[in-house]
Design a protein around this ligand. Structure first.
Ligand code: AMP
Length: 191
């Protein structure tokens, strides 16, 4: 099994690249952001709880997020592996992920981080906000909060996997194709 974590700040292109990588490596794409948005669309209790955090640009609590992610992994026992996009976003989420993947003898293969400067992230997210319908992309102060939350709470996830020699960085500025090729080079080396 191949378990890839596509990592990076909001607006770094994780969703775009994950959509291409799932085709190449025949993996299941799990985006916790997409899962929350689906729950919000269906107005489930989980969705209503998540929305109060997402609209502010804060993280949904680990207790909610980890349970949702684990259910999704458990519901797909026959896949070749997963691309995790937007998860893990905290060290406790990383520990939980390792706990249940190692318990199935299918550990994380690699974490690849897309590096993009802050001013480019803000421009990309404001641009995406014109068409995405996402409230959290439309407001510059919410965007800046998401980037700050990434630095404070999510960046340590990189160090957590670097300590296992599983973390790599890729330049996330360029065309979609260029970035995709950079990612494939790193992923192919880790397989
Ligand atoms: P994304 O689509 O990955 O940008 O996620 C949108 C929002 O969903 C984030 O700003 C968080 O509020 C929430 N979210 C997504 N994934 C997670 C996660 N792993 N942990 C906590 N909150 C998350």
């Amino acid at each position: 099994m191949v378990n890839l974590i596509l990592f990076g700040p909001p607006g770094s292109g994780k969703g775009t690249q994950a959509a291409k990588l799932v085709e190449t490596y025949q993996l299941l794409h799990i985006s916790t952001g997409d899962m929350f948005r689906a729950e919000i669309g269906q107005q489930t209790p989980l969705g209503l709880e998540a929305k109060s955090y997402i609209d502010k640009g804060a993280l949904v609590p680990d207790s909610v997020t980890i349970g949702m992610l684990q259910n999704k992994v458990d519901a797909n026992p026959d896949v070749k592996g997963f691309i995790f996009d937007g998860f893990p976003r905290t060290v406790p989420q990383s520990e939980a992920l390792d706990g249940f993947l190692n318990g199935r003898n299918n550990p994380v293969t690699a974490l690849v981080m897309l590096e993009v400067p802050d001013d480019e992230l803000i421009n990309r997210l404001l641009e995406r906000g014109k068409t995405s319908g996402r409230a959290d992309d439309a407001d510059e102060s919410v965007i800046k909060n998401r980037i700050q939350v990434y630095k404070d709470e999510t960046n340590p996830v990189f160090d957590y996997y670097a300590a296992q020699n599983k973390a790599e960085k890729v330049n996330g500025v360029g065309s979609i194709e260029e970035i995709y090729k950079r990612l494939c080079e790193v992923i192919d080396r880790s397989l």
